[in-house]
Structure formats: structure tokens, C-alpha cells
Design a protein around this ligand. Structure first.
Ligand SMILES: Nc1ncnc2c1ncn2[C@@H]1O[C@H](COP(=O)(O)OP(=O)(O)OP(=O)(O)O)[C@@H](O)[C@H]1O
Length: 327
């Protein structure tokens, strides 16, 4: 079991004049054997943070550590595997799926020799509930859900310690999303993997996560044990997400759309507002306050994540003011 730590990580794209900071000084820990669910609207920087761990996004400050070792020093970064929204991006369309999975296996060890590799491919296909006979098929011959299972098998072939799953059910037909999610939950438990699970859909995140982290404009605005974040959200953005999410009583995969689609102002990462980045939107929400100077002028500290439940808000946890209620 392994721990993944993002330490003050920033990712900047573009030039100084026309660039944007997609991830801004984020600290987040994925503890051994646990699932951290990362939620937030489109453009908040979730994918960029994830990609920074596997070398697909340029880390401009801070570092990512796996069990204390900077991931840049891990050979091939194999212990960290990522599964993407679109399985086509990790599967070569011309390669049979057995070969794709085999290619991702480490050299040496128990999987040297064609026979051992074939057996390992069959084992991995069974692990993701696919018939080993499918090893000879091409990705196009499979359904979207089956392709995502193959992408998971391929990630597991690398014998990872940590898996990063980025919107892995979002592109799938609603009817198969639940099955893929259940599979991920079961396989993760079985293998004792640590996982960073990204989704814009809070209902999906809460189904799987031990810890929930909420991202807004390149920052973690709230993080903590899942049940605490859900039952006692401290940041107004988390409250906004929760009020937009379907309740426990509605089906998990009812399409909720992107959480940013509410009536609020869209956030623009090229021009983050001064003070608290959320303040222009917060004025619309239940925490609107008469005296908001502090929010307009002063950036609330993102603490380094040592407290189990943290929120970057000057008025974290304060109840809504009566005059601030939504019209
Ligand atoms: N390669 C890139 N070059 C320039 N800007 C980028 C690049 N990748 C992402 N961005 C920008 O960084 C910001 C964060 O994007 P990111 O994809 O990480 O957000 P996200 O929360 O994962 O959203 P989504 O769910 O839509 O992918 C966005 O403004 C995006 O346009």
C-alpha cells in the first residue's frame, strides 16, 4: 500500500502575459489504501493536478511524492497508473487488447515468456469481468464499457500502487456506468490500491471515496473525510455543489451535468478574482454577507492539509445570513 502526496503543486500553462495557472499551490494526500475523490466543475484543474503526477502536465512549483520519493525519480512511473475518460486514448486501435495489456506488464518477474504473459492477460481480463477469449479482439469490437474495463486491466498490468481515475465513467452510457464503478470499487479493495478518483459528479465521488477534496479555480477549497464533508460542508462552494447534487434517494447516475452549470458566474482561470477566488459567486449564494471586504481583498489561506477537515474560507462553516438567502 502506498501514499501519494501533492506538495504545494502548481501547474502553469502559456506565457507570463497570456498564461494561466491551472493548479495553484495544491497540497493533497492520498493515504495508503484509501480513495480520495476530487470533485469540482469543468476547468477547475482536476485533470491537470492528476496529470502532474504522471508527467503529463508540467509541474512549475512543488512536487509529487510516492511513499516519500519524488515521482520524477521513479523509473517509468509504473507504480502510478492513470485511467482516462476516453479509453481510446490509452488503447491503440490497431492493437489486439491482449497485446495492449501484455505491453503494459513489467519486464521480468513472473511474466517472462509468452505463455506466462498470456496467462497473466487472461487473469487480468477475468479480474475486470471480461471473458479471456476477448484477448484477440480489437478495441473497436468492444462496447464503451468493455473498452473501459480493458483500460483498467491495462493500468493494473503495470502492477501499480496508486491508480488515478479521471472521469472514467463520464463518457459511458448511463446504463453501464454503475457496473464500471462497482468493478473499480471491488478491484481496488481486492488489490488494496490507493486511488485518486476524479469526477465532476458529486454523487459518483461520494459512492466511492473515503476522503473528498473539492477544487475551485486551481485550488483545493475544502477537503476532509467524506462523511464530514458531506454532512457538514464548510466552504460555500461545497454547499453549492451539494445543493445541486441529487440526493441519496435519486438514482446514482441520473445525469446531473456539470456542477458549474448553475446560475452562477462562470469562473475564468485566466483572470482569477482578487481576494477569495470564490467571492464573486459567493455573493449569489447563501453565505452572502453584508460586510464582504475581507473576501474581496484577502485570499483565504489554503493550509497544507494537515488538519483532517479543512476549508479555504474566511467564514468557513458559518451559517448563512438571513439576508443572503437565494432569491
Ligand atoms: N495543455 C493545456 N494548455 C493550456 N491550458 C490548459 C491545458 N490543459 C488544461 N488547460 C487549462 O487549465 C484549466 C484546468 O483544466 P483541467 O482540464 O485541469 O480542468 P478540469 O477540472 O479537469 O476540467 P474538465 O473536467 O473539463 O477536464 C482550464 O482552464 C484548461 O483550459
Amino acid at each position: 500500500m502506498s501514499e501519494l502526496v501533492f506538495e504545494q503543486v502548481s501547474v502553469r500553462y502559456g506565457t507570463r502575459r497570456s498564461g494561466l495557472t491551472a493548479v495553484d499551490g495544491v497540497s493533497l494526500t492520498v493515504p495508503s489504501g484509501q480513495v480520495v475523490g476530487l470533485v469540482g466543475e469543468s476547468g477547475s484543474g482536476k485533470s491537470t493536478l492528476a496529470r502532474s503526477a504522471v508527467g503529463l502536465a508540467p509541474v512549475s512549483a512543488g512536487r509529487v511524492l510516492l511513499d516519500g520519493t519524488d515521482v520524477r525519480h521513479l523509473a517509468g512511473r509504473r507504480p502510478l497508473q492513470m485511467v482516462f475518460q476516453d479509453p481510446y486514448s490509452s488503447l491503440d486501435p490497431r492493437m489486439r487488447i491482449g497485446a495492449s495489456i501484455s505491453e503494459a506488464m513489467p519486464r521480468g518477474g513472473g511474466t517472462t515468456g509468452a505463455r506466462a504473459r498470456r496467462a497473466e492477460v487472461a487473469r487480468l481480463l477475468e479480474l475486470v469481468n471480461l471473458d479471456p477469449d476477448r484477448a484477440g479482439m480489437l478495441p473497436a469490437q468492444l462496447s464503451g464499457g468493455q473498452r473501459q474495463r480493458v483500460a483498467l486491466a491495462r493500468a493494473l498490468a503495470g502492477q501499480p500502487k496508486v491508480v488515478i481515475a479521471d472521469e472514467i465513467t463520464s463518457a459511458l452510457d448511463v446504463s453501464v456506468q454503475g457496473a464500471v464503478l462497482n468493478l473499480v470499487r471491488d478491484v481496488r479493495r481486492q488489490l488494496g490500491l490507493s486511488m485518486l478518483f476524479i469526477s465532476h459528479n458529486l454523487a459518483v465521488v461520494r459512492y466511492l471515496s473515503d476522503i473528498i477534496a473539492v477544487m475551485y479555480l486551481g485550488r483545493i477549497v475544502e477537503a476532509g473525510p467524506a462523511e464530514q464533508v458531506l454532512s457538514d460542508p464548510q466552504h460555500p462552494y461545497t454547499r453549492e455543489l451539494l445543493s445541486a447534487a441529487p440526493s441519496w434517494h435519486t438514482p446514482l447516475f441520473e445525469e446531473t451535468g456539470d456542477p458549474g452549470a448553475a446560475d452562477a458566474e462562470p469562473s475564468d482561470p485566466h483572470h482569477p478574482p482578487a481576494g477569495c477566488r470564490y467571492h464573486p459567486r459567493c455573493a449569489l449564494g447563501p453565505l452572502a454577507r453584508a460586510d464582504r471586504d475581507l473576501c474581496r481583498t484577502t485570499d483565504p489561506a489554503q493550509d497544507a492539509g494537515r488538519r483532517p477537515h479543512r476549508a479555504a474560507c474566511h467564514f468557513a462553516g458559518e451559517p448563512a445570513e438571513p439576508n443572503g438567502a437565494r432569491a
